[in-house]
Design a binder for this molecule. Structure first.
Ligand code: HEC
Length: 201
């Protein structure tokens, strides 16, 4: 199958990704919150008045008067404190009764990634869209590229097709049609190899 790969894509085509190893909210943090926290912290009836699925509402709780996240300070951010408490602690998230019913907490890898994101300033991408509801129909391209699994250096995986690759970055498209740019250096060795293989005709 022929993939639409642009080898010498100039850097201007990429959305700004900050410095190369910065943790990316959309591709790395939001999937964790989605999987582990959205169940109770999304929608207008979100628990603890903490709504994570709306960029605006979530941003209201980052810094400001009543923060659950203090940018640059993961050790004092309520969100990572609660997510990091022992699973039997009454203040831990998800709450112990929910865990007893099968709700899973963050793994230590996930928690560390969230902490790193907070340490780096807990930044959203400038035009980060709300994740749900996703009603936009993906624009069809010349070739329906194959969905592949990509894993970053933190061990977090996602499924996406490769849109473009250059010497430093890959551009990936998720199943919902959203695209994002990711530093090659932040992918694990197998995923870097996968990108390079696809780039070679
Ligand atoms: C099964 C439901 C459930 C899940 C899943 C859940 N929470 Fe909560 N969360 C609650 C409830 C209920 C409250 C309000 C009561 C409280 O603060 O203990 C709350 C409150 C919070 C608060 C305090 C908000 C405030 O301002 O007081 C934080 C921070 C939080 N949750 C983080 C998380 C994180 C991070 C996750 C994912 C790892 C998560 N929660 C998953 C039910 C849940």
């Amino acid at each position: 199958m022929k993939l639409p790969i642009i080898l010498s894509l100039s850097a201007v085509l990429f959305v700004p990704v900050g410095h190369v190893n910065a943790v990316d909210y959309t591709s790395e943090i939001r999937p964790i919150l989605n999987k582990k926290c959205y169940k109770c912290h999304s929608g207008p009836r979100a628990k603890g008045k903490l709504r994570m699925d709306s960029t605006d509402s979530f941003a209201d709780r980052i810094g400001g008067n009543n923060p659950v996240i203090i940018p640059g300070n993961p050790a004092n951010s309520l969100l990572t404190i609660k997510a990091g408490l022992p699973r039997t602690d009454g203040d831990s998230m998800p709450p112990p009764p929910a865990r007893a019913r099968g709700a899973e907490g963050m793994t230590s890898v996930e928690l560390n990634l969230v902490k790193q994101w907070i340490a780096e300033g807990a930044k959203f991408s400038a035009n980060d869209p709300d994740p749900s509801p996703s009603t936009s129909t993906p624009t069809t391209t010349d070739a329906p590229a194959e969905l592949l699994s990509w894993t970053n250096t933190q061990g977090v995986s996602l499924k996406a097709s490769l849109v473009a690759v250059n010497a430093t970055h890959v551009k990936l498209r998720k199943e919902d049609g959203s695209e994002f740019v990711y530093p090659l250096a932040s992918l694990n060795a197998a995923s870097q190899e996968q990108a390079m293989k696809l780039a070679t005709p």
